[in-house]
Design a protein around this ligand. Structure first.
Ligand code: ARG
Length: 226
């Protein structure tokens, strides 16, 4: 028994940023959502206890690198840059970056974002993509919802964020819409400390079982109604 998690007594410490419905959000004191439920199901399969800690999105990868936590499930998009710092499991969800604007906005597609004020959550792929938009004024927020508030207040012209949270935020705030044309397609996976192949393999086994048994889809359906 040599892995860090086993040394910690069969407990897995997960970190996330619970500002991202329907993947992770707070219901009272509890962190719930698709990622939280998937993580609980994985921990169950591995016979391990699960502890979930909430922190800023841009602190998640550092927490994994330092060994403060065993893994992060945070609607985290797999990309090459992150692969330099953490190892990813198999992907468990398809995602996309979309654009939220006020109803009636002159921004009708990603091409119209040039020179605009764009709100993003710090350190997300939305932040990274916004960086490439010509003459854009990027406003970074600790939470995606803060960017959406800035949009309703007219402080930014658009928000780039993941599709499912975008749908939730638009539902909760009158006068906003998600543009049909997505900015990019991406995929989510769980990230662990670089080199922790033992944990990646165990988790991949559990993810595979959850996919095959239909349990994963059940969790998704609990939070996303078509
Ligand atoms: N998918 C995006 C990324 O990986 C945003 C994830 C934000 N997640 C969160 N829990 N706040 O950068």
């Amino acid at each position: 028994k040599t892995s860090e998690s086993e040394a910690a007594g069969g407990k897995l410490v997960m970190v996330t940023n619970a500002e991202f419905p329907p993947y992770e959000f707070r219901e009272g004191n509890e962190i719930v959502g698709i990622d939280a439920d998937i993580a609980r199901a994985i921990a169950d399969k591995l016979g391990m206890e699960l502890e979930i800690e909430d922190m800023a999105f841009d602190s998640l990868i550092p927490a994994i690198q330092s060994g403060k936590a065993d893994f992060t499930a945070a609607g985290m998009t797999v990309n090459e840059e992150r692969k330099k710092n953490v190892d990813f499991t198999d992907t468990y969800a398809e995602a996309a970056q979309v654009i939220i604007v006020k109803e009636g906005s002159d921004i009708k597609s990603p091409d119209d974002l040039e020179g605009k004020k764009i709100g993003v959550q710090t350190g997300t792929t939305g932040d990274i993509y916004a960086d490439d938009i010509k003459d854009a004024d990027i406003q970074r927020f600790p939470k995606g919802m803060d960017g959406v508030m800035a949009l309703t207040q007219g402080k930014v012209d658009a928000v780039i964020i993941d599709r499912e949270p975008a749908k939730v935020f638009v539902k909760e705030n009158a006068g906003l819409q998600v543009l049909d044309e997505a900015f990019t397609e991406e995929e989510y996976a769980i990230a662990v400390k670089k080199g922790n192949t033992e944990l990646v393999e165990k988790m991949n086994g559990a993810i595979k079982e959850l996919k095959e048994s239909g349990e994963l889809q059940k969790i998704v359906d609990k939070y996303i109604t078509a």
